[in-house]
Design a protein around this ligand. Structure first.
Ligand code: MTE
Ligand code: MO
Length: 173
């Protein structure tokens, strides 16, 4: 993704381009590994991270305050109990600030999500469904889940896009 930028330097204008999201991010070995062990990176955070990529293992993610959410989804039958952590807890605990997050998935899907969503709704990142670890074949290892049954506004295609499955990176802007 390319974005035009303009910088004003006391009357002097520089116009150029910058990559918005690391174009075609290379999949780290650890994330690409088939069955991630506890010490392998499951989620990366880039962007407003003081110049460092934050690599989080399954153990790191499980150590965040747990959150559960029972909801229907647009891709499964009935309701399911999802377990994971609140997106806002993740950003707050990592001391990462921003207004928008680009959520990127292992299948090269990416979508922008306003950080406001995480405060208006209890959006979670799930690593388990109905007590079982989410596998890649079942939208895992990480899946962004919205409480769609609790808010009529969330029963909308604009939010369906944001239920990123196979999530592996959050780029915060
Ligand atoms: N990783 C990933 N997440 C994704 C998508 C995708 O292609 N890849 N599609 C989005 C869209 S457009 C919708 S409507 C929902 C459901 O998509 P699905 O029916 O392809 O699972 O997931 C969203 N999350
Ligand atoms: Mo969709």
């Amino acid at each position: 993704m390319w974005r035009l930028f303009t910088i004003w330097l006391g009357g002097l204008t520089l116009i150029g381009t910058a990559t918005l999201a690391n174009s075609a991010p290379r999949l780290p070995e650890s994330v690409a590994a088939k069955d991630a062990a506890p010490k392998q990176t499951l989620l990366q955070i880039t962007g407003n991270t003081r110049g460092k990529t934050v690599d989080l293992t399954r153990a790191d993610l499980r150590a965040l305050p747990n959150a559960t959410l029972t909801t229907s989804t647009v891709v499964t039958d009935g309701t399911h109990e999802f377990r994971g952590f609140l997106m806002r807890d993740l950003l707050e605990q990592m001391d990462i600030q921003g207004s928008q997050v680009t959520a990127m998935a292992l299948n090269d899907y990416a979508v922008n999500i306003p950080v406001e969503d995480f405060y208006r709704f209890n959006v979670i990142v799930a690593y388990a469904m109905d007590g079982k670890r989410l596998k890649r074949a079942g939208k895992g290892p990480l899946w962004i889940v919205y409480p769609r049954d609790a808010h009529k506004a969330l029963q909308d295609i604009r939010y369906d896009y944001r239920w990123v499955w196979q999530l592996y990176r959050l780029e915060v802007q």
